[in-house]
Structure formats: structure tokens, C-alpha cells
Design a protein around this ligand. Structure first.
Ligand SMILES: *Cc1c(COP(=O)(O)O)cnc(C)c1O
Length: 380
């Protein structure tokens, strides 16, 4: 079984170190992306002084970790529906959701694609809100070149573009340092040292990523592989991590073959039969022109219907491709998340439609041209 996601883990380099590409921001390394979001939410609620029950606006279809971070930070998640057939929030919806309690808007990058920030920045400025770019799925983030976001969140988890077997980062402008320092100071610190046990763990992770072992693990229902569920945020720690590991991970991702281009050409025929492909060559070239990665985290498409989507997943699974639907449903439809929301799932028809039609194909380091040809054949 070809795994759905998971790039190879970089090794640390020699002493010589470069700078992070996001020169407009300071970098605080944390134990996870969720922890970074949690800190961003805490900071946003501190800066929105006098607001007793602060709210943050999130897309109605996204990773349930955003809810976990909001709950831990004591801010209320308020969802905005997506635009039709798009992973991005409908900006009219976002505007509707702004109240006097709103402190931040979160734009969430999706499968390596970067959410448009300009319109949200404008909204945030008009209402005195912070804009957070959740770039767990895209590196470098779009605020690298155009620093529109007040905070940027990165993740180095297993399914992310730079896989360091865990970790995350909060990027913030120098002018917010005084707020961040107070929030970060009490956190415990964990150290990652690239010693022999670390190298063994890395080899072990790589072994589990192989087609044979991944396929075997999928048969163990207890592991719930490939499922994304709601997990409360248990802990937040600072992380001390060799900088070269991150820099080499970014370098490897930027240099990796853009399998996404092969997908776009090989699967173009689908658009004639009611499918919607979420990436096009324009995106790829735009990213390349800004020095951002051409490669995506996964290749996403919307099937004409839920039945078609499920049939294709089943057919591809049978041929040895562990493709899946990413998150099972919109946030408002997740049973573990509902308790934290006061909006009914019916308010988010586009997010629900998106969740029912989305299929994601792998684009990690071990996807070959033959794999893509085979998948295209199955889809045909
Ligand atoms: C994975 C992910 C997170 C959380 O990152 P972790 O490092 O796994 O805690 C947050 N937001 C998005 C969009 C993600 O995909």
C-alpha cells in the first residue's frame, strides 16, 4: 500500500546555518502546530483587551486541531462556510461572523495551497482583528514574501511537508514580542538531540512508511491509520531543535520533484466529466515565481458526487493506493467537535459538500510516475 502522505525525514547538517526564509518574523519552536495555534489564540485574546468571551473565526472544513487549540486557549470557535467548491472561506461569510467579541480570523492553507490573505487582511484591519495564517500544510508560508499575517503557524508533524516526527513553530513580528514573552516564559522546554536513538527512530519511521509495512499497519484497526479525529490539546512545550533540520527539510521540499504537475496533466481528462481539480498549473507557476514550493502536500480533487468519490477511493485502495478523503466531514458534523460550537451543521452547506466530494492523492517522495499513470488508469 502506497501511504497517503509522509515525506522523508531530513538529517541535521554541519554547524553552518542559514536563516529562515520568513525574514519579517521571529520564530518560536514548539512541540506541535496545535501548540503554536494555541499560543496565537492566547495572544490574540490578550491583545483584544476587555473582551470577556473572545471568538475566533475558522473555516467550517478544516483540521479539528484548530478546535482543540481554541478550546485550550479559552476562545470560542466560530465557523465560516467555504466558498463553493473551494477550500477557502467565503469572505462574505467571514464578515457576517464578525462580532464585537471577535479577536482573530484564521486562514488555513490546504494541501500545500496557500489561502488568499489580502481580502481577510482588509477585513481584519477594518475591525481591529488579528489575522493568523495556519500554514501547517504549506511551507514556506505565503507571509514569507508578503507578511500579511500577524501570526503564522507551522507544523513539523508526520503528515506535513517538512516531517521532523513532530514539532511546530509560531512566527510573530518583533512588535508582538512583549506579548509572546509573557506567554512563552512559563512553558517547559523539550530538547531534540540528533543522537543515535534519534537516528534509529528516523530509520524506524522510514521503515513504517514502506509499502509493505504501511499496508500491514492499515490492517490493524486499533491504529486508526489515516483517520483525523478530535484530540484535546494535552500539553504545550517549547522545543529546542537543530535549526539545520528545519532548513534542510524546507530545502528538500523545495527541491522535490513536483509530482503535482504530473497529476495535473494526467488527470486533466476528469474535468470533462464533472470533476473539479483543486490545483492548476497557474498555481504551480505562481508559487515558483515567488520562490515558494511548487510541490503540494497532496493532490486534491472533488468528485461529482459522494458515491463517485467513495467508489474511486475503494477502487484505488484495491490497487494498492491508500488514498482517502482527508477529514471525514465538516467540523460542525464531527460528533466530538459539536459540543464546542453553537452553529448547526446545516449552516455550512459548502463545507459539507466539499467534505463529501473531496479525494486526496499522495504526492510525497515515494510516489512514482508509474503510480500516477496507474491511478489515472483506474480513474479512467
Ligand atoms: C496538522 C495540522 C495542525 C496541527 O499540527 P500538529 O503539529 O499536528 O499539532 C494544524 N492545522 C492544520 C491545518 C493541520 O493540518
Amino acid at each position: 500500500m502506497l501511504r497517503p502522505v509522509g515525506n522523508r525525514i531530513p538529517t541535521p547538517g554541519k554547524a553552518e546555518e542559514g536563516d529562515y526564509p520568513w525574514v519579517s518574523y521571529c520564530t518560536e519552536l514548539l512541540d506541535s502546530g496545535t501548540s503554536a495555534l494555541y499560543l496565537a489564540f492566547l495572544a490574540a485574546s490578550r491583545m483584544g483587551d476587555e473582551i470577556s468571551s473572545p471568538e475566533v473565526i475558522l473555516p467550517a472544513y478544516c483540521c479539528p486541531d484548530l478546535i482543540a487549540a481554541a478550546v485550550a486557549a479559552g476562545v470560542k470557535p466560530v465557523l465560516a462556510d467555504l466558498a463553493y467548491e473551494s477550500p477557502w472561506m467565503d469572505e462574505h461569510q467571514v464578515r457576517e461572523m464578525i462580532t464585537e467579541r471577535t479577536v482573530a480570523i484564521v486562514a488555513v492553507n490546504f494541501l500545500g495551497k496557500r489561502a488568499p490573505l489580502a481580502g481577510l487582511r482588509q477585513l481584519a484591519d477594518n475591525h481591529g482583528l488579528l489575522l493568523i495564517e495556519d500554514s501547517a500544510q504549506a511551507i514556506p508560508p505565503s507571509s514569507t514574501n508578503t507578511p500579511l499575517a500577524d501570526f503564522v503557524v507551522l507544523s513539523f508533524g508526520r503528515g506535513k511537508p517538512v516531517n521532523l516526527m513532530g514539532g511546530g513553530a509560531l512566527l510573530y513580528p518583533e512588535s508582538y514580542r512583549h506579548v509572546l514573552i509573557l506567554l512563552i516564559a512559563p512553558l517547559p522546554e523539550r530538547q531534540v538531540v540528533c543522537n543515535l536513538p534519534w537516528h534509529l527512530k528516523r530509520l524506524f519511521f522510514h521503515m513504517l512508511m514502506s509499502r509493505l509495512l504501511y499496508g500491514m499497519m492499515l490492517r490493524i484497526p486499533m491504529l486508526r491509520l489515516g483517520e483525523t479525529r478530535y484530540h484535546p490539546l494535552q500539553q504545550t512545550a517549547r522545543l529546542s531543535l537543530p535549526k539545520s533540520l528545519i532548513l534542510r527539510g524546507i530545502e528538500a521540499f523545495l527541491c522535490s520533484e513536483a509530482t503535482i504537475k504530473s497529476y495535473i496533466t494526467s488527470l486533466h481528462f476528469l474535468t470533462d466529466s464533472g470533476w473539479k481539480v483543486l490545483s492548476d498549473m497557474e498555481d504551480v507557476h505562481a508559487a515558483a515565481n515567488c520562490g515558494l514550493a511548487e510541490q503540494a502536500l497532496r493532490f486534491g480533487m472533488l468528485a461529482p458526487s459522494k458515491n463517485d468519490r467513495n467508489a474511486v477511493i475503494e477502487a484505488l485502495n484495491k490497487r494498492g493506493f491508500a488514498v482517502n478523503a482527508l477529514y471525514e466531514s465538516s467540523l460542525a458534523d464531527m460528533s466530538d467537535v459539536k459540543a464546542f460550537l453553537s452553529q448547526p451543521p446545516e449552516d455550512f452547506p459548502n463545507a459539507r459538500d466539499f467534505s463529501e466530494r473531496l479525494i486526496t492523492l499522495p504526492s510525497h517522495n515515494d510516489v512514482t510516475r508509474v503510480d500516477i499513470q496507474t491511478m489515472a488508469q483506474v480513474l479512467k
